[in-house]
Write a new protein. Structure first.
Ligand SMILES: [Zn+2]
Ligand SMILES: [Zn+2]
Length: 254
């Protein structure tokens, strides 16, 4: 399985991860923070399955642009997957005829822009030969992490979450586990903010890693740009053996 962390400014890979999007085998996206700014329109249309973790704008900001770019390319419209809360949020706050035309309503009357598919926690779905299982995690709005398996390797996308247990309970039962993308939003000095906003600091990150099988490959992502140097140093200071700091526009193979 190939996973690319999409860059917020793809022509400049050194630019940090301002928003969240991950592309799996060029075909399936986790979140759409910057998916609509990636590659060519044809590249975007190839990514016809988009799994939203939650409603926050850093995870769905470019979704309207993505759908606009893809329209009419390919035999089928993109499918957007998410919890009832995330899909309702798209209708109420993005496709509301104010921020953007109501692509959901328009799709009922013309060639569709998108199809919505509501997910239930721990009910797997198939897309592009991948089995994708949503798991509820601990964030300020309803949020899904995703377990993504190609039959040989399973990769976990932890989404935004404070300390959580069910995800790691399920992960410990996966013999095919090959990697985890885990957030590390704030430096240790901002633990109180991490706790109220349900994110992780490096110290809290280490506590989550301790819940995983030993020596799991962990890739730190969702680092707040303005604290990146501090967070990266604090992550390396943890001494976690299989830790990597995620880099945009880089392919991770599992
Ligand atoms: Zn969030
Ligand atoms: Zn976020």
């Amino acid at each position: 399985m190939k996973v690319r962390i999409l860059g917020s400014a793809p022509q400049s890979p050194a630019v940090r991860q301002y928003v969240s999007s991950y592309l799996i085998n060029d075909r399936v996206a986790i979140d759409a923070g910057c998916l609509g700014f990636y590659g060519t329109a044809e590249d975007q249309a190839a990514a016809g399955h988009v799994f939203l973790t939650h409603s926050h704008i850093d995870h769905c900001a470019s979704l309207p642009i993505f759908l606009e770019n893809c329209y009419g390319l390919g035999p089928q419209c993109p499918v957007i997957y998410g919890s009832a809360h995330a899909l309702d949020s798209l209708q109420n706050h993005l496709f509301n005829d104010v921020v953007w035309p109501d692509f959901i309503k328009l799709s009922a009357h013309m060639r569709p822009f998108l199809r919505l598919q509501r997910l239930e926690a721990e009910k797997p779905v198939e897309a592009e030969q991948l089995c994708i299982t949503p798991v509820a995690v601990n964030h300020v709005v309803p949020t899904f992490a995703y377990l993504v398996s190609d039959g040989q390797a399973t990769v976990v996308f932890g989404a935004d979450s404070g300390p959580t247990d069910r995800l790691w309970h399920l992960t410990r039962q996966l013999p095919s586990l090959r990697g985890v993308f885990l957030e590390a939003s704030f430096p240790n000095s901002m633990r109180s903010l991490a706790e109220v906003s349900l994110h992780l600091t490096p110290q809290m990150f280490a506590a989550e890693v301790a819940k995983m099988p030993p020596a799991t490959r962990v890739i730190a992502v969702h680092i707040k740009t303005r604290y990146r140097e501090t967070v990266v140093q604090e992550l390396y200071d943890l001494g976690i053996s299989a830790l990597e700091v995620g880099e945009c526009e880089t392919d991770y193979n599992f």
